[in-house]
Design a protein around this ligand. Structure first.
Ligand code: PGA
Length: 249
């Protein structure tokens, strides 16, 4: 199995000075004690280029939080996957629930963006996850299976990463039970296998939603959990590094 991936989603946080300070602290700690996993930080667009430079040679990768589906053209305010690659990014988070909510992103749009990321040589990290009413209704597996079917482009396996993030667990301090996480990850693995064959068996499936140092070890030890997508805790170097240190080898 590949190493686990701990990815930090900074969301809309990070001005240049504190952002560089946070990245520098991570860089320093990682060079003193390399973590047992791959590390990725995803700052806002404005810091991607700067932090890619800060992290050069550190082993910590830098990614973004969205991209446009087109390579270039009349799309004011948007950023293409090729531009992210050019700025030094190696990955991009796509279809995060906050984008699906704030910007009405559909599965079809996420799929087009993921295809664009693959074409540009970026790792697409495609987020899926149910809302609380959907879980209460027992529809979580159907919802996530439909999101996977609609959001993953052909050729996704081999490069792409899936992040299971229950919407109700994001930024709330609530997490599913370990059994619920394991059940969902097993379902996602089955769906990936059916769609992509052997390559689907090797896709990393991250868990995201209120991952903290206190719960990281238990979550990262669950079967089919290939790492974590970390929001709030990725903004505190010690917390992000403690989660990384809890990765399974
Ligand atoms: P959280 O966010 O860790 O703050 O819950 C996770 C995410 O939205 O990726």
């Amino acid at each position: 199995m590949p190493r686990q991936l701990i990815a930090g989603n900074w969301k809309m946080n990070g001005l240049s000075v504190p952002g560089a300070r946070l990245a520098g602290a991570i860089r320093e700690a990682v060079s003193a004690a390399p973590p047992p996993c791959d590390l990725l930080i995803c700052p806002p667009f404005t810091l991607v280029g700067t932090l890619a430079h800060v992290m050069l040679g550190s082993g910590v990768a830098v990614g973004a939080q969205d991209c446009h589906a087109k390579v270039a053209g009349p799309h004011t305010g948007d950023v293409s996957a090729a531009m992210l690659k050019d700025a030094g990014a190696t990955a991009v988070i796509l279809g995060h629930s906050e984008r699906r909510t704030d910007h009405g992103e559909t599965d079809a749009e996420v799929r087009a963006k993921a295809a664009a990321a693959l074409a540009a040589g970026l790792v697409p990290i495609v987020c899926v996850g149910e809302t609380w009413p959907e879980r209460e209704a027992g529809r979580q597996e159907a919802v996530v299976a439909a999101q996977l079917a609609g959001s993953l482009p052909d050729g996704f396996a081999g490069t792409g990463v899936v992040a299971y993030e229950p919407v109700w667990a994001i930024g709330t301090g609530r997490t599913p039970t370990e059994a619920d996480i394991a059940a969902m990850h097993a379902m996602i693995r089955r769906v990936l296998g059916e769609r992509f064959g052997a390559a689907g068996g090797r896709v990393l499936i991250l868990y995201g939603g209120s991952v903290k140092p206190a719960n990281a070890a238990a979550i990262l030890a669950l079967p089919e959990v290939g790492g974590a997508l970390v929001g709030g805790a990725s903004l505190v170097a010690e917390d992000f590094l403690a989660i990384a240190a809890a990765a399974q080898v």
